[in-house]
Design a protein around this ligand. Structure first.
Ligand code: DHB
Ligand code: FE
Length: 280
């Protein structure tokens, strides 16, 4: 059976793509952000995942307002990136892990998560940038992938409690996948930020830090908040923290926090990074 080695949760700001393309990792603006990643690289070298299940939110590249699934799972042989208009380079394609995709889809539907199945799927910066941060080096991706997309673009959004339960169902599905493979779960989004409207620029450091703490010691803490409460507390795009909750929910064993980094601001966002190891 497959093993879940742990989870990595990260922010996914488009400007990171520009910083990588221009080699700005040592620039004073970027250094506190990129300095968060070497411990993640060391951990990945130690746990050696074969597959990444990437829980992210699309921002209009693959799904637009005309058709918006609440939960979608990729089942494609390959996932390509495309120009989203941010002016950042497109990255090389990702290999899909189709056997796990179909196992995940069957298992989630059986568990009453009626997901949209995507045999073609473009992946946006929320998928590609965390991958480029975790495995730097021009897209020689050492893992195969399964994208899982949660709607945070068009209301109504799924509740925090529902996203945590989705994560738990994803965890059970991975652990019942009949393959000798090591799987890392990645959750990308957040932390607090608001890109438009009267509160554009809103950041809530106190809440972010409490949320990060909670994932280590009381992972369901944030599920007590409704979506409007989370928008109030973290900003309209801060609700992307739902991806972190789902990723954390997937860890079913003995979980230990390996690493955390928090830095304000990257573009308009409070950027967070965490690594959790999972012992079955
Ligand atoms: C920014 C943050 C995001 O999460 C995103 O998807 C796009 C832009 C930003 O801070 O600029
Ligand atoms: Fe985003």
């Amino acid at each position: 059976m497959a093993t879940i080695v742990g989870a990595v949760t990260s922010s996914h700001v488009p400007a990171i793509g520009r910083a990588i393309a221009r080699d700005l990792q040592g620039d004073p603006y970027w250094k506190p952000f990129f300095d968060g990643f070497p411990p993640v690289h060391q951990w990945l070298t130690k746990v050696k995942p074969d597959v990444a299940v990437v829980i992210y939110n699309d921002h209009g590249l693959n799904f637009f307002l005309d058709k918006m699934p609440t939960f979608a799972v990729g089942a494609a042989p390959e996932y390509r990136n495309a120009d989203e208009g941010w002016g950042i380079p497109v990255v090389p394609p990702f290999r899909g892990e189709q056997d796990l995709s179909w196992h995940l889809i069957e298992s989630l539907v059986e568990n009453e998560f009626d997901v949209t199945t995507c045999q073609e799927m473009l992946v946006d910066h929320a998928f590609t940038l965390p991958m480029a941060l975790l495995w730097p080096g021009q897209g020689a991706w050492p893992v195969t992938t399964v994208p899982v997309c949660i709607n945070t673009v068009q209301f109504p959004l799924p509740s925090a409690a529902r996203c945590f339960k989705l994560g738990q169902a994803i965890g059970r599905a991975i652990e019942s996948w009949d393959a000798d493979q090591r799987v890392v779960v990645i959750g990308t989004g957040g932390l607090s930020h608001q890109l438009d409207g009267e509160r554009a620029g809103f950041i809530n450091k106190d809440f972010d830090l409490q949320f990060m703490d909670s994932l280590a010691c009381d992972p369901q803490w944030a599920t007590k908040y409704s979506i409007p409460e989370l928008v109030e507390l973290t900003g309209t795009q801060g609700v992307e923290l739902l991806m972190w909750l789902a990723a954390r929910g997937a860890l079913t064993g003995r979980v230990s926090k390996v690493h955390a980094n928090y830095h304000i601001p990257i573009s308009n966002t409070a950027s967070g990074l965490m690594v959790f190891e999972n012992q079955p």
